[in-house]
Design a protein around this ligand. Structure first.
Ligand code: ZN
Length: 334
């Protein structure tokens, strides 16, 4: 996947900081160990002195050089074993004198030979997702500040229950979903009119997924599709691949599907995006004010059948919370 120069530079700087920090911690540990165990300090010094001495000898040794090098290796190995056993006897891990890098596969360099290490790819993805989330114009929300008091307790004609009860069920299903979220979780389709809390609950799920370390993208359909369109028509090698990120991140929250500018391009992209996530078995949450007939009219039957095949549908009930909040504020003279 490609990333912008800016993201690449930030990830490289973070890798360098990881490496520097591991080396700094190692230097502090070495100093402490040398104070507590002077013999370790002597043995380390011996290794470097012997090294210097033998390199000088090797220069003039001619054909005896390989044997001298072998001797040096064996001597160093014995000294290192002695250091390791001294460390262990005194309660230190035997690798205390080596930097403890976060990624043992690449020693926090970010590369295995010419290839990007998995840790570096993960960091690039994480930074790219954070940047997209920052520009998404939405802020993460919590379950605790979701109030059922805005939903009416009047019985809905023909349903025998009230909106508060139904939304209580929706709320607890979302909470359970967030608590047990994994890559195997089903996708969710939130439907219902505007202002019923779809965005709030999906952002509360996104927040918990991020806290658990899942790479999560939350974005409005309008913002995501216009970004994908921009990248598609001005494609350069060094641009971030937003479609790739949206297709493969651990969780995608796509808000307000149907409110974006409609064109054959966006219709195709919506299908491609959903299809890619379904094939990769990556969960997503879609909020929409459209009902299934309207989704079909805008995005075709194949989008509806993909959605219904992959998603658990949660219907939101009630009256627009923002109107209720506004009326309350007017009453209270705020
Ligand atoms: Zn690595």
């Amino acid at each position: 996947m490609s990333f912008s120069k800016e993201i690449y530079a930030e990830a490289t700087a973070q890798m360098q900081r990881r490496r520097t920090e591991a080396e700094r911690q190692c230097a502090i540990r070495r100093e402490e160990i040398h104070l507590a165990l002077p013999e370790v300090a002597q043995l380390e010094q011996e290794i470097s002195h012997v090294g210097l001495k033998v390199s000088r000898m090797v220069l003039g040794a001619g054909e005896k050089a390989p044997a001298l090098i072998q001797q040096l290796k064996e001597h160093n190995l014995r000294t290192q074993q002695r250091i390791a056993s001294l460390l262990v006897q005194n309660g230190y891990p035997q690798d205390s004198l080596f930097p403890q890098y976060q990624c043992p596969a690449c020693d926090d360099t970010g590369f295995n030979g010419p290839y990007r290490c998995a840790c570096f790819n993960q960091l690039l993805t994480q930074i790219a997702l954070e940047k997209l989330n920052e520009s998404s114009s939405m802020s993460l929300r919590g379950f605790d500040d979701f109030s059922l008091s805005y939903y009416s307790d009047e019985i809905i004609p023909g349903m025998g229950v009230d909106a508060r009860y139904l939304m209580g069920e929706v709320y607890s299903q979302c909470r359970k979903y967030a608590e047990s979220f994994s890559l195997e979780s089903p996708s969710l389709l939130f439907t219902g009119s505007t202002g019923l809390g779809k965005t709030h609950l999906s952002l509360a799920i996104a927040r918990e997924a991020i806290q658990k370390g899942f790479g999560t993208l939350y974005v409005t359909a309008q913002n995501l599709l216009s970004e994908i369109e921009k990248e598609h028509f001005q494609r350069e090698r060094t641009q971030t691949d937003t479609m790739g990120l949206a297709s493969s991140c651990d969780l995608l929250v796509l808000d307000d599907l149907g409110a974006e500018f409609q064109s054959p391009f966006t219709q195709t992209m919506v299908y491609n995006l959903l299809n890619a996530r379904i094939l990769k078995k990556r969960p997503f949450i879609i909020n929409t004010n459209l009902n299934l007939n309207e989704i079909e009219q805008r995005y075709t039957q194949r989008v509806v059948s993909r959605l219904l095949g992959a998603c658990k549908v949660l219907r939101f009930y009630g009256k627009d919370i923002r109107h209720i909040q506004f009326s309350q504020q007017v009453k209270e003279g705020i």
